[in-house]
Structures are given as structure tokens and as C-alpha cells.
Design a protein around this ligand. Structure first.
Ligand SMILES: Cc1cc2nc3c(=O)[nH]c(=O)nc-3n(C[C@H](O)[C@H](O)[C@H](O)COP(=O)(O)OP(=O)(O)OC[C@H]3O[C@@H](n4cnc5c(N)ncnc54)[C@H](O)[C@@H]3O)c2cc1C
Length: 388
């Protein structure tokens, strides 16, 4: 790109991970001249989109405001899967279990009632009858939705990136953004390799969004999250999609452990805790001291032993990933309050992957049209400035 005009774009997207890859796809599809700038390879294991599986579910216990976004997210994932040979979108059913006075069971019911979502409520004995491997406490209730499942994040990021490229997007990898400036004539972006100019900038930098969020009056916490896989004992068939759901148990109210069916190529039964872990600097994710510790693995095994007795064999893999937690646990998506040519998505708080497809479309619309028809006002960055 030695010709200066070749460095001028309609939109620059910084961070080609979960949300950024989808944003590049939607921008290119809408005919924009777009460049995506990624500091690592695409996809990679240094951020928030690795680990084989991300749950997607509709009856959103976190807040029913997310349901309209999820409906669109499902449509867009279906569309992408239709154009992708690699299977990354699996509908397997989802089962969420907890006390009726907890958060997950009543929250799922609330979202289902508000949005008329198909679901089944199950007692512990009905759960064991349907899924013999699962044993839950007598005071737990189960909420089952057929339309839940999981996405394979590495394949999905790769699929969106390839689709963006096919539609004319420029994507650079191994190039880190150093700084950006916004002026009346647009945006200038400086990376470690040079400068780029555009009418609009989209920042989807995941765990590297702390400085940006601070400018908006919001303190993001990046946390270390442990994932572990264990060899399934007995027949593997009983853990296959169709026989086994994506599951979520409210073990540490309002948080809980979760896992997935086992598909070909998986290291085994996966288990992790959905609760912000230890605060870390994203630059240190790969350091020795950040790696999973034996006592953390033991804690995860204990959960499988309690709820899936006799199912977990030896540890086959363990890994660390990052949550970027906003103060209220809700995403931060919208125009930058001080720079109208800049829009952002960050603080996805450990539950954002399933929304990548729709947030990519939202960000593309904000960049090109200045507005979106999707109901994202409840996620506006402005909310942190309003409470100052
Ligand atoms: C263990 C774990 C389990 C999860 N489970 C689920 C789940 O079941 N369901 C669900 O919906 N969500 C889940 N999530 C959350 C979800 O994965 C994240 O919310 C989502 O991946 C965040 O997307 P992102 O685009 O913000 O970050 P990322 O995908 O990490 O992308 C950010 C990108 O920006 C790049 N970048 C940053 N700074 C720069 C720079 N200066 N220059 C160039 N590039 C830069 C990074 O390298 C990165 O590629 C889970 C997360 C973890 C860690």
C-alpha cells in the first residue's frame, strides 16, 4: 500500500476478533471500502475467542432486552453458516438449572414469558430421565429451550473474515494500532507500520479497550477465565449433540458452571465457571503464572463429579481466556460520545460471542448510516457519562 490513496478507506475496523470480523463482513457486504486491522493472526488464542465453544441461547436471563438482538443474531449466524463449508453453528438444546429463587431459572422464565419463547420446565427427576448422566439438587428447577446451542468461535471468526475478504475488504494481520485522531475531515489511524485514513473508525478491541473505556467514564476489568476438558467415561454417544444439551448450573449464585455436548475433534467434556475471575493485564495472558493451576482444575472436576457422577476421566486440556467486564455486566455499544465518527463495542462481559453477528451489523449501520434499527440504546456508552 505505498500509494497514499490506497490507505484511505470509508471505514477502519480496529480488532478483527469476534465483533470486528463480523463488522468487516457487514461493511464489505454493504459496499463500503473497509480495512480491518488485527494485532495477531486471525483467529488467535490471545484474546476472548478461543476454546472451541460459545453458548447461544434465546431466553436471556441477564436481561430480556437482549432477546430482539438474539433473534437477529440467530438469523445472521444461519446466513453465514449457509455460505460456510466448515460447521460452526450447532443447535443442540440448552438446559439451565438453579433454584427458583436464584437468577438463572427465574431470569430465563421472565425472558421467555415476555417474548413468548418456546420452552419446557423440568423437575430434577424429569432432567435425570431425559439426560441420565445429569444429577441435580432436589430444590433445582430446569429450564429447557430447544433453540439453544453453541458456536465454534475460531471457525466463526475465520468464516466472517473470509467472507469480508471475498466481498472486497482489506484485512491486515500482525499489525497493532498505536493511536488514532479524529478531526473534522475524518480519522487518522497510526499503527506500528504506518498510517491509514477513513471517514469512520470502529473500535472492537476486546480486552485491549480499557483506555478507551476510561475516557468514557467506565472502568473495565479484564479477568482470567479457566476452561478444562476431561475425557468422557463410558459411552461417548450419550454426550453427543442430540443426546446431551448445552448446560448451565447456578452453582455460585448469581453465577454458575456450564458445559457443552461433545463433538468429533473435541478434547472431551468441557467445564468452566461463568463468573469474573482474577484481574489480569491482557499482555500477560500467555505468561506461565497465568496458566491454569492444579487447584483450579480440581475445582472444575469437582463440579463434573457432583452433577455428572462417574462421567469425567483424566484431564485432556486446560486453557485460559479473558472476559472484559463492564461495571454493570452489560455491553458497551454505540457512537463514541465525544467523536461522532467513531463507534465502539467493548465490555462484552463474558457473554458477547453469540451477539457478534448482530453487533457487526449494528456497527456497520452506525458507521455508514449514523443509526441502527436494532434496539441497542440500553447498551449506549453514554450511560456511564450520565451517572457521573
Ligand atoms: C472462557 C470464555 C467463555 C465464554 N463463553 C461464552 C459463551 O458461552 N457465549 C457467549 O456468547 N460468549 C462467551 N464468552 C464471551 C465472548 O467470547 C466474548 O464476549 C467475545 O469473544 C468478545 O469479543 P471481542 O470482539 O470484544 O474480543 P476479541 O474476540 O478478543 O477481539 C478483539 C480483537 O481486537 C484485537 N486488538 C486489540 N487491540 C488491538 C490493537 N491495538 N491493534 C490491533 N488489534 C487489536 C485483539 O487482538 C482481538 O483479536 C466467553 C468468553 C470466555 C473467555
Amino acid at each position: 500500500m505505498s500509494d497514499p490513496d490506497s490507505r484511505k478507506f470509508d471505514v477502519i475496523v480496529v480488532g478483527v476478533g469476534s465483533i470486528g470480523s463480523a463488522t468487516c463482513h457487514h461493511l464489505a457486504k454493504k459496499g463500503a471500502k473497509v480495512i480491518g486491522i488485527e494485532q495477531f493472526a486471525i483467529p488467535h488464542g490471545h484474546g476472548s475467542h478461543h476454546g472451541n465453544s460459545r453458548m447461544i441461547r434465546m431466553a436471556y436471563y441477564e436481561h430480556s432486552n437482549y432477546v430482539p438482538l438474539l433473534k437477529r443474531a440467530y438469523t445472521l449466524w444461519d446466513e453465514l453458516q449457509g455460505h460456510t463449508s466448515e460447521k460452526f453453528f450447532h443447535i443442540t438444546g440448552g438446559l439451565y438449572m438453579g433454584a427458583s429463587y436464584g437468577s438463572i431459572f427465574p431470569g430465563s422464565l421472565r425472558a421467555a414469558h415476555e417474548h413468548q419463547l418456546k420452552h419446557t420446565v423440568l423437575t430434577p427427576s424429569q432432567i435425570s430421565a431425559r439426560y441420565p448422566a445429569l444429577h441435580v439438587a432436589d430444590h433445582f428447577s430446569g429450564f429447557h429451550e430447544e433453540h439453544a446451542g453453541f458456536l465454534i468461535p475460531e471457525f466463526a471468526v475465520s468464516a466472517y473474515t473470509k467472507s469480508a475478504l471475498r466481498q472486497g475488504a482489506h484485512i491486515v494481520q500482525g499489525e497493532k494500532l498505536i493511536t488514532w485522531n479524529s478531526g473534522p475531515n475524518g480519522i487518522k489511524v497510526t499503527t506500528e507500520k504506518g498510517h491509514y485514513w477513513a471517514k469512520h473508525l470502529v473500535i472492537t478491541a476486546g480486552a485491549w479497550s480499557m483506555k478507551l473505556a476510561r475516557e468514557l467514564g467506565c472502568q473495565l476489568k479484564v479477568t482470567r477465565q479457566v476452561m478444562a476438558w476431561f475425557k468422557p467415561l463410558g459411552s461417548v454417544e450419550r454426550f453427543a449433540p442430540g443426546n446431551f444439551p448445552c448446560w448451565f448450573i447456578e452453582t455460585e449464585s448469581p453465577f454458575g458452571h456450564y458445559g457443552f455436548p461433545v463433538i468429533a475433534g473435541d478434547p472431551g467434556l468441557k467445564v468452566a465457571l461463568h463468573k469474573p475471575g482474577e484481574v489480569i493485564n491482557p499482555e500477560h495472558l500467555q505468561d506461565e503464572y497465568c496458566q491454569p493451576q492444579p487447584e483450579e482444575i480440581d475445582q472444575l472436576r469437582t463440579i463434573l463429579d457432583e452433577y455428572f457422577p462417574g462421567c469425567a476421566g483424566r484431564l485432556t486440556r486446560a486453557s485460559i481466556c479473558m472476559y472484559t467486564n463492564s461495571p454493570d455486566g452489560h455491553f458497551i455499544v454505540g457512537h463514541h460520545p465525544y467523536h461522532s465518527h467513531v463507534s465502539i463495542a467493548c465490555g462484552l462481559s463474558g457473554h458477547g460471542f453469540k451477539f457478534s453477528s448482530v453487533l457487526g451489523e449494528v456497527l456497520a449501520d452506525l458507521a455508514l448510516e449514523g443509526k441502527t434499527s436494532m434496539p441497542v440504546n440500553f447498551l449506549s456508552p453514554q450511560r456511564y457519562l450520565d451517572v457521573r
